[in-house]
Every structure is written in structure tokens, then in C-alpha cells.
Design a protein around this ligand. Structure first.
Ligand code: SF4
Length: 378
């Protein structure tokens, strides 16, 4: 008998145990999460961790991703994106709501970056809202594009924590900000009833089917992602898509062509605010980690050069070829107001691919602000 394929539309299903820091046990949010998750719970004394680890963090990630640690963020929640001066940065603000996620992508930078194998969600959200308030109120003339998908996936835990719904309702009350929730899941049910005021952009990372199936473990299928995107648009959310990381593989041209076609079969182009393109880039230390954790993967076997930011990336001609291919496919399908941009690339590459550098249109940050503001007014 053929076994039914498991759906990972909701990756939080992979969690097997909750760990709660002693000083947050009484928080109403924590009590809600415990009730919703219905998982075994252990209390973690102050200064201790959910479990002892020996060896490198990445060696314990397979099992670590089954554990969710609820704790306080003792650092700051809100920061401008740490882009590099060598490449064009988009002027994004990162909201640090947690670390790691239950999905498992071969190319995930967090494997080389984190020093704890479990998934963490920060629950001192009153402090988080106070911090965002202070920043937004202090600079009323500035427009903030804020995202939670830098150190985790924005919706991977939504069915357990409900945090993205709270955030979208909060941003709806703010004049000078929009929120982008970036995901590889399809867990949008909790957002169905959010009073988001058209100020939240739901965005999906897309890749060719070959890459999604072989390099993105426990993620939603392309069909699940695009059906969720279509539903989100029906609910009044604006949409965005990220072809990132674009990865070289057999028949990559055809693979990305199919996804672009599927995208526009499921989504009305007028609902798309922006689409980004970014070729695979990674810290040198990720190569060894990825090869050891995912022995069957060959994505690190191509030739790479070290960029000005210390990350390895494909040769310039290869990147340009990939971007031009995708840009040609997208250009014929997108609406006029959709901003297509390159993530962390130089002016020279912009000129080669798009025929202009971002400063011609006021800079990438302004281009994206303009796209977001136009979408809000629609
Ligand atoms: S979904 Fe994002 S955060 Fe999660 S493993 Fe993949 S790249 Fe990392």
C-alpha cells in the first residue's frame, strides 16, 4: 500500500517538547502556548538551558528542532538589517522574535550562526512592543519596513504562538510602518481573522521543485505555498515572493520557469508588492556543516568565489545569467507597480541585469518604500 505523504504546511507539528524558562511561566502568552501546543512541558531554571549539549551545535540540530524553548529576549528586539556597505542593502528592519525553526534547509545560514540547537521563541512581547513603539514614535517622518524572518521563519510557529497575528494587528495601528511575514510554510489559518488593515505583506520563498523537494526539508509544497498566498490575497493581505537562494542544478532554467508559471496561475499580479532575487551565498563554515548534515546534497560542490562580505557565491557571470533568466520570466508577468530587486548585489550587477543601478530610482530603500506605500493606498 502506498504511504500517504506527510504535509508540512504547518511545520510546528514537528515540535515534540516545550521548555519554559522559570521566569516566564506565569506569562499569559506562555500559558496559552502550553495549552495550544498540548506537548510535554519542562521548566528551565534561570541560567540553565533546555538540555545539555556536547559537541557542535549543528551536530544536535536534527533532534534540537523538535524542542521549543520559551524565554525572554534579553537583548534588543528591533534592529536595522545588518547589510554590508559593499552591496546594495534594502534598508529593512529586523524584529528578532526567536531563533531557528522546525524546518530544515540545507543552505540555512543559521546552522553556522547559532550556538543552540533548539528552536527559541521570545515571550516578553510587552517589552518588544514598547521597543518598537519607541523607535517608530521617535522617527515619525521615517517609514519602516519590518520583518521577522531573519533568524527564524515568520509563520513556522504561528499555530502555536499566535505572535504574527498580534504583530499584524499592532502594525495596523502604526502610520509609518508595514510588516512583512516571510515563510516557507502555509500556516496562515491564524491570520484569517487578523485585523491587519492592509499593512501586512505575506511573503513566500520560492525555488524550483527540485530544490524545494531535495534541499528544503519539512517545508510546505509549492502548491500549499501558492494556495496559501491566493487565500491571503482574498483576505486583503498584500503579497511578496523571494526567489532566494537561486541554486544551480540540472535543468535549473526550466525548473524556475515552471515555478514562475505556477506563481502567476495561483496569484493575481496586482497583489504582489515586491519580488526579490538572490543567488546562493553562504559563510565558508556552512559548507562543511551542510555536507555533514546532508550527505546527499551537492549544492556546495559548485565553484564559488569569496565576495566582499566574506560569503561564498557563484561567479559573477553565473549570477548574472541566473538573474537575467528569472527577470525575463517575471518581467512579462508582473504588474507595473511590483518592484523586482536583487538582494545584496552590486550596482554593476544591477546595471547588467536591469539596465539601471538603484540610485537612478532614488536607491533600493526608496524603491521598496514606494512599492509598500502604493500597496497600502490601493
Ligand atoms: S525555513 Fe528559513 S529558518 Fe527555517 S531552516 Fe529554512 S532557511 Fe532556516
Amino acid at each position: 500500500m502506498k504511504r500517504k505523504k506527510i504535509s508540512w504546511a504547518d511545520p510546528s507539528k514537528f515540535l515534540k517538547e516545550l521548555h519554559v524558562a522559570e521566569d516566564v511561566v506565569s506569562y499569559p502568552l506562555v500559558q496559552n502556548i502550553i495549552e495550544t501546543a498540548g506537548l510535554p512541558v519542562s521548566t528551565v531554571p534561570i541560567g540553565k538551558t533546555p538540555f545539555e549539549t556536547d559537541g557542535e551545535c549543528w551536530q544536535e540540530m536534527n533532534s534540537g528542532k523538535k524542542h521549543l524553548f520559551l524565554t525572554r529576549n534579553r537583548g534588543s528586539f528591533f534592529k536595522s538589517c545588518p547589510g554590508t556597505s559593499e552591496y546594495t542593502c534594502c534598508g529593512y528592519y529586523v524584529l528578532n522574535v526567536g531563533m531557528n525553526c522546525p524546518m530544515d534547509c540545507v543552505y540555512c545560514i543559521l546552522q553556522a550562526y547559532l550556538n543552540q540547537p533548539w528552536v527559541t521563541a521570545f515571550v516578553n512581547i510587552d517589552e518588544m512592543f514598547t521597543e518598537i513603539d519607541a523607535e517608530l514614535d521617535e522617527k515619525p517622518e521615517q517609514f519602516f519596513r519590518i520583518g521577522t524572518g531573519e533568524f527564524t521563519d515568520s509563520l513556522a510557529l504561528e499555530n502555536v504562538t499566535g505572535l504574527s497575528k498580534m504583530l499584524s494587528e499592532y502594525i495596523a495601528t502604526k502610520e509609518n510602518a508595514i510588516l512583512e511575514l516571510k515563510t516557507k510554510s502555509a500556516a496562515i489559518e491564524n491570520l484569517h481573522t487578523a485585523k491587519h488593515g492592509g499593512k501586512t505583506i505575506l511573503s513566500w520563498s520560492l525555488n524550483s521543485q527540485t530544490i524545494m523537494q531535495s534541499q528544503e526539508l519539512r517545508t510546505a509544497t509549492i502548491k500549499e505555498r501558492l494556495l496559501a498566498a491566493g487565500k491571503a490575497a482574498e483576505l486583503g493581505y498584500k503579497l511578496a515572493f523571494h526567489f532566494d537562494p537561486i541554486i544551480l542544478h540540472d535543468n535549473w532554467e526550466k525548473g524556475y520557469e515552471e515555478i514562475v508559471q505556477l506563481l502567476f496561475n495561483h496569484v493575481d499580479n496586482k497583489d504582489i508588492v515586491w519580488i526579490s532575487l538572490g543567488a546562493l551565498r553562504y559563510l565558508p563554515s556552512l559548507k562543511n556543516i551542510g555536507r555533514q548534515r546532508f550527505a546527499g546534497s551537492s549544492i556546495f560542490s559548485e565553484e564559488f568565489i569569496c565576495g566582499l562580505d566574506g560569503k561564498l557565491r557563484y561567479f559573477r557571470t553565473q549570477r548574472e545569467e541566473m538573474y537575467k533568466h528569472l527577470y525575463t520570466l517575471l518581467q512579462s508577468r508582473v504588474a507595473r507597480h511590483t518592484c523586482i530587486y536583487l538582494c545584496m548585489e552590486s550596482d554593476e550587477i544591477w546595471e547588467e541585469v536591469f539596465g539601471y543601478a538603484p540610485h537612478v530610482k532614488g536607491g533600493l530603500s526608496k524603491m521598496l518604500d514606494h512599492a509598500a506605500l502604493s500597496a497600502i493606498k490601493q
